[in-house]
Structure formats: C-alpha cells, structure tokens
Design a protein around this ligand. Structure first.
Ligand code: GSH
Length: 214
C-alpha cells in the first residue's frame, strides 16, 4: 500500500477530525504540514483548502470525502455506525457541525481572536460581538444533544464526535465561549471525556498563538 498523506496544518479543525479518524482506525499516515492555498494544498484540493489527502495516485480534498475514503480502503474499526438510522444521524450531526456550528463558532467568533486583522493584533470585536447571540442557542442545542448518552449519536464515539470535539476544544479558550461552555454541564463533561480519549489526546495540536488558555 502506498504511504497515506494528510495534508494540512494540525491546528485546522477539519484536519484534526481526519487525524482522529485515522487514529481511531489504527491507520498510519504522514501529516504534511501545509497552509490553505499553498502549493501542497492546491495540488490535492480543488479549492486549495485543508485538509487534503494523497495516497498513491489518489488525491482528495474535503474532510468528509477523505474520511469516507480512509474508512472504505483501510481495515479497522469504523466511526460510521453500521445501523442505517444511526449512520444517517451521524451524517446529520456532521452536516450541522459543518454548516451551522463551524461557520459561527470558528469562522466568525474564533477568527476574531486568532486572525483579528487589527493593527495591534488585539481581538476584533467586530467579528466577536455579532457571533455571541448566535452561539448561545448553538451551545444549548449541543448540550441537549449529548445529555442523554454522552455522545452525539447512540452510545459510542462516531465521526460526528470527531468533527465536534476540535471546535469545542477551541471554544474552551476565549472568555465568552468558555463561559458559555461552562454553563452547559453535559457538553463540558462531554468535551473533557473526548479530550482524554487517546485518539483526540494524541492529535491535539499546539494552541493558536492568539487563543487564551482557560
Ligand atoms: N468543507 C471543508 C472545509 C475545510 C476548510 O474550511 N478548511 C479551512 C481551514 S480549517 C480552510 O482551508 N480555509 C481556507 C479557505 O476557506 O479558503 C472540509 O470539510 O474539509
């Protein structure tokens, strides 16, 4: 089998999800550190985003496609449930995380801390403030979702948890989001448990320079 490469910065939340997936499956890979729109990412992702994948002649972009490929081609436990309803629920939560949670919590709010674009590098309140009222109901939604079983779907860790955990990790750093998370007892306990999970712990990236530790 040719060497499997995951291409992207380890701090990228979608890169991290793919690495959790590989680790859970016991698939060895080489992490090729690369920024979005670099020669390395442009060579494998149609939009030059990260993560990308290279495996012999196969090149792919988009975390969902990458995870599907790895899950199908390599042996090892799958993070997609075999039960059709649970599999569809996993897709449902991954879609919600990617299309609703990530755009508000990371692309809008967290960006105000890590890529502020302010002259002195201070947090950009123009990004942060409008995100706050959107984040409150999202935290409440996620708190309810994990309250029953401690997972997004069923009784075990799925790819949906692999997508959500990196985002919650970053949300535990800045003051407003860590306060919101702290009020969501089920979600805060969920995050603590996932961060102790070997596949998550062993792939946790270095902190963003602008992100405050709690
Ligand atoms: N839908 C993509 C999203 C990937 C994504 O947005 N990656 C970010 C870094 S975490 C990126 O490449 N951003 C650069 C851009 O959007 O141009 C996936 O699931 O892989």
């Amino acid at each position: 089998m040719p060497e499997l490469q995951i291409i992207g910065s380890p701090v990228g939340n979608f890169v991290w999800a793919c690495r959790i997936m590989c680790t859970e499956k016991g698939v060895t890979y080489d992490l090729v550190p690369a920024l979005a729109h670099s020669p390395e990412s442009d060579a494998v992702h149609p939009l030059g985003k990260i993560p990308g994948l290279r495996h012999g002649d196969v090149t792919l972009g988009e975390s969902r496609a990458i995870c599907r490929y790895i899950d199908t081609v390599f042996p090892g436990p799958s993070l997609m449930p075999s039960d059709p309803v649970a599999a569809a629920q996993t897709e449902q939560w991954m879609s919600i995380v990617c299309t609703a949670i990530d755009p508000v919590m990371l692309r809008q709010y967290f960006r105000g801390y890590v890529f502020p674009g302010t002259p002195d590098g201070s947090p950009n309140r123009a990004f942060i403030e409008p995100a706050l009222p959107l984040m409150e109901p999202q935290f409440a939604l996620l708190d309810r979702a994990v309250a029953k079983t401690g997972h997004l779907v069923g009784e075990s860790f799925t790819l949906a948890d692999a997508y959500l955990t990196p985002i919650l990790y970053y949300m535990s750093k800045p003051p407003e989001s860590s306060a919101m998370l702290g009020k969501c007892t089920a979600l805060a306990a969920y995050l603590d448990r996932q961060l102790a999970r070997p596949s998550v712990r062993d792939t946790t990236p270095p902190a963003f320079p602008g992100a405050r530790r709690t």
